[in-house]
Design a binder for this molecule. Structure first.
Ligand code: SF4
Ligand code: SF4
Ligand code: SF4
Length: 354
């Protein structure tokens, strides 16, 4: 049984692992390829370390990704995807989807929103939807990379013409892969590099038979990455507590009045940083626009306005924060003074009692 998402290792989760596994990555959803690009910045672990077999205990990993492919493209690149669609994949595979899924049913006639290779008989483009219909039922695990693939993201905002949706909206929120896993969602626009690599590595250890399935929340996000809010990890939270708010962007203070949604957004980026621990939106002056969230972007727009309903808690914190700030100022002066017994002269005033 590998269907548990509780994350608690149990005897039932222990089983024979795979020595080799393929990753079939498709970014032909409505996508900007930004998640693949972001992924290349990871170093704990780096994707290179995973594909070179430098991480102890993982299966041998064959990565197929358009942007990172050493092939010249065309049929050579498509071969493993075609084999998998025919059910002739030599190894179990993890299907990674980047980009949102258009609603192909709302096109009248022969049009298409996406294409990934052509049908070899008719020469017509094969849509992402076609690939999903053929690959998802055969995949050992299915992973959504980025907010477009997880929940729809930018392309799925109100007024869009494509009917775009996230992977779970397309395959079903109760979808289970052949490995018994739900869809694993790693949102972010783009993914924080290590968030994705850590999740992928957990899935690979599970494939090796060495770890339970990754624990996921109700939105299928890894619990250990998305269980806390931006606010809880923000460098500027001290300013918030003291009711000290930025009125413009060129300020080190809390940015809630200039549009930061951090208090209600699940994301670890302020704690983790973006690359090699550096950055992390509000830490470096970027308001949190909720890019990891299922409601992104509509719920958080217009981005530069103060969050709706976000004025109550800053309003309440304002008088409290002002008092705290004053008291802290007094304490700060006290702790910035040396004790009075450190002086020259013949008298010892340290309180020494022989
Ligand atoms: Fe690009 Fe963001 Fe969509 Fe990823 S989630 S494909 S980075 S728009
Ligand atoms: Fe919270 Fe945003 Fe202020 Fe940081 S900048 S303390 S996340 S409201
Ligand atoms: Fe996105 Fe906010 Fe996290 Fe930045 S802090 S990555 S804007 S959710």
């Amino acid at each position: 049984g590998t269907t548990s998402t509780s994350g608690t290792p149990s005897r039932a989760d222990q089983r024979q692992g795979f020595p080799e596994i393929d990753i079939l990555w498709i970014s032909e959803g409505l996508s900007c390829d930004g998640d693949t690009v972001s992924l290349t910045a990871a170093d704990q672990p780096a994707i290179e370390d995973v594909v070179l077999g430098l991480i102890p205990g993982l299966p041998k990993v064959n990565l197929y990704n358009k942007v990172l492919s050493p092939t010249l493209g065309g049929e050579e690149f498509l071969a493993p995807y075609r084999a998998a669609a025919r059910g002739e994949s030599p190894n179990p595979f993890i299907l990674v989807i980047e980009g949102s899924i258009p609603n192909q049913d709302i096109i009248e006639g022969d049009g298409y929103w996406t294409s990934f290779g052509n049908d070899l008989e008719t020469g017509e483009p094969l849509t992402l939807n076609w690939w999903l219909d053929h690959l998802a039922p055969k995949a050992w695990a299915v992973v959504a990379a980025g907010t477009c693939a997880t929940y729809g993201g930018i392309h799925a905002m109100a007024g869009n013409p494509t009917g775009a949706m996230g992977l779970a909206d397309y395959l079903g929120w109760d979808f289970k892969s052949t490995g018994g896993l739900p869809i694993v969602n790693v949102p972010g626009c783009p993914i924080q590099p290590e968030n994705f690599m850590e999740t992928l590595t957990w899935v690979l250890y599970h494939a090796a038979g060495a770890a339970p399935p990754p624990p996921l929340d109700a939105n299928l996000r890894p619990q250990w990455l998305f269980g806390r809010t931006v606010h809880e990890g923000c460098d500027r939270a001290g300013y918030y507590e003291q009711g000290n708010f930025a009125r413009e962007y060129n300020s080190p203070k809390c940015q809630v009045k200039v549009g930061c949604w951090g208090p209600v957004v699940n994301c670890n980026v302020p704690k983790r940083g973006w690359m090699a621990g550096i950055g992390g939106c509000p830490n470096v002056g970027g308001i949190c626009i909720g890019c990891t969230m299922p409601g992104f972007p509509d719920t958080f727009m217009p981005f530069m306005d103060e969050p709706s309903g976000g004025s109550l808690s800053p309003m309440l914190i304002k008088p409290y924060g002002a008092v705290i700030r004053r008291l802290r100022g007094i304490t700060n002066m006290a702790v910035n003074r040396e004790p009075r017994w450190r002086h020259r002269g013949s008298e010892l005033t340290s309180g020494y009692d022989p």
